[in-house]
Write a protein that binds this ligand. Structure first.
Ligand code: G
Ligand code: G
Ligand code: MN
Ligand code: NA
Length: 253
């Protein structure tokens, strides 16, 4: 209970940060996109990890304002990266169910992006399987409107939740993020077969595939050979503050 109170306080005092993790195109290793990830850092380092405070923020409703904060910071980061050769041109922002269910969700997303001056195509929203499986008509309509505006939509952590393939097939989506638990099992024959099937499924659905948790060159090569489009993980880069991302890009150039 006191954790959520402290989180509120630190958000109010502008002590939360948005970090970025590159997403690498498997074909040519270009860092074409990045995922925005919330971090709660203090003078002594991390106050709490996101797998602790994000669920608390979801429970208390603070995640709604945090979600817009992350979107705003992501667009600001794109401005800093503008015109830099080799820099990501798109940011993936996580959306939680409570935020998605807000009546003005679509309008706020549109307004924040419009005010930033960036094209909507520069933003991808990562929806959880719990959003994908929420009230089908409402979800489809919202996703359709977002995509008509130009924002991309990805389903996050695919395969770990309760999504039905029937419903997934009917959702207007652009990309599928393959959960890192599947990437971890790539070395096993059964694991490789499963990832192969998920990539084939995403191709049949016309979706771009993004593998998460890529930690080795072997995994990266296997995923590329299986036709995975984008790779994200510690093998390429950890989530970093914007300053760290700028250094990382300098070293790659
Ligand atoms: O970044 P990390 O792997 O530590 O994140 C742990 C969990 O917190 C993941 O499930 C991730 O999706 C979630 N998370 C991180 N940043 C955000 C955010 O900005 N919004 C939401 N809704 N979840 C986030
Ligand atoms: O739930 P979501 O997919 O949004 O969360 C992404 C989480 O995965 C972040 O917390 C991020 O820090 C973490 N992550 C990113 N790359 C790797 C990786 O290569 N290995 C592991 N174990 N975690 C990773
Ligand atoms: Mn994500
Ligand atoms: Na994920």
């Amino acid at each position: 209970l006191s954790i959520i109170h402290a989180l509120h306080e630190d958000f109010r005092r502008d002590r939360l940060e948005v970090w970025f993790q590159p997403q690498i195109r498997a074909d040519d290793q270009a860092a074409v996109a990045m995922e925005a990830l919330l971090r709660w850092t203090g003078e002594q380092g991390f106050v709490q990890p996101p797998n602790v405070f994000v669920p608390l923020a979801e429970h208390s409703g603070l995640i709604i304002e945090l979600g817009y904060f992350v979107l705003q910071r992501s667009l600001e980061a794109l401005s800093r990266l503008n015109d830099r050769p080799g820099a990501p041109v798109r940011v993936s922002v996580n959306v939680s169910l409570a935020q998605f269910r807000q009546i003005d969700f679509l309008q706020r997303v549109q307004r924040i992006i419009a005010e930033s001056g960036h094209p909507p195509q520069a933003i991808e929203l990562e929806i959880t399987e719990s959003i994908a499986m929420d009230e089908p008509k409402v979800v489809s309509n919202t996703l359709r409107a977002l995509r008509a505006f130009g924002v991309r939509v990805a389903v996050d952590d695919f395969g770990t939740g309760y999504s039905s393939l029937t419903q997934l097939r009917q959702l207007p989506l652009d990309a599928m993020k393959i959960d890192r638990s599947f990437v971890l099992d790539l070395a096993e024959p059964d694991g490789r077969w499963l990832v192969e099937s998920i990539i084939a499924l995403s191709k049949r659905l016309g979706l771009e595939s993004v593998a998460e948790g890529v930690e080795s060159a072997e995994q990266a090569a296997q995923l590329r050979d299986l036709g995975c489009d984008l790779l994200q993980g510690y093998h390429f880069a950890r989530p970093m503050p914007l300053s760290g991302l700028l250094d990382w890009l300098d070293q790659r150039a």
